[in-house]
Design a protein around this ligand. Structure first.
Ligand code: FEO
Length: 170
């Protein structure tokens, strides 16, 4: 069994990851409506990765004999008015998620829960990658997003993103 506070935070993280999936689906829907299908594809894939993250937390809790309890997933509430809005909101959101992961890590560290720390190592690294990817999206849009031809090419590039299952298997 895990420490109660650590288990609670891990359980909450299932909800946060499912919210992330929901948020990125909202972004994908926005881009579909704008006929930017490559951007939409990028966020559909991202949403799938977030669902995977939720499943990893769920399985980790179950593998450790902990009760899993699912809460309501909040409605995505970011205002999407311009093409750049989802990109900026996505970058901010990933920084927030990194903070959540670090918070769980800290709680595990406090009670010498080395197993959970090891489990979270994958997420610490993953968040580094996700923040970099999200920041790259913002930078690319600032560079190319305001020229129609460049935007077309960027959209084509993002359309090439393919889903791959997480490297962490529980
Ligand atoms: Fe599951 Fe994008 O953090």
């Amino acid at each position: 069994m895990l420490n109660t506070k650590v288990a609670e935070l891990l359980n909450d993280q299932i909800n946060k990851e499912l919210y992330s999936a929901y948020l990125y689906l909202d972004f994908a829907i926005y881009y579909e409506e704008q006929a930017l299908k490559g951007f939409a594809n990028w966020y559909f894939v991202q949403a799938q990765e977030e669902r995977d993250h939720a499943m990893l937390f769920l399985k980790y809790l179950q593998n450790n004999g902990c009760k899993v309890s699912l809460g309501a997933v909040a409605k995505p509430d970011k205002e999407l008015k311009e093409y750049a809005d989802p990109l900026k909101a996505g970058y901010e959101h990933e920084q927030y998620v990194t903070g959540l992961i670090h918070n769980i890590y800290e709680a595990a560290h406090e009670v010498k829960d080395f197993r959970t720390m090891q489990f979270l190592d994958w997420f610490v690294k993953e968040q580094g990658e996700e923040e970099t990817n999200a920041e790259d999206m913002v930078k690319k849009f600032e560079l190319y997003g305001f020229d129609a031809r460049a935007l077309y090419m960027l959209d084509s590039e993002l359309g090439g993103r393919v889903y791959s299952a997480p490297s962490l298997v529980l």
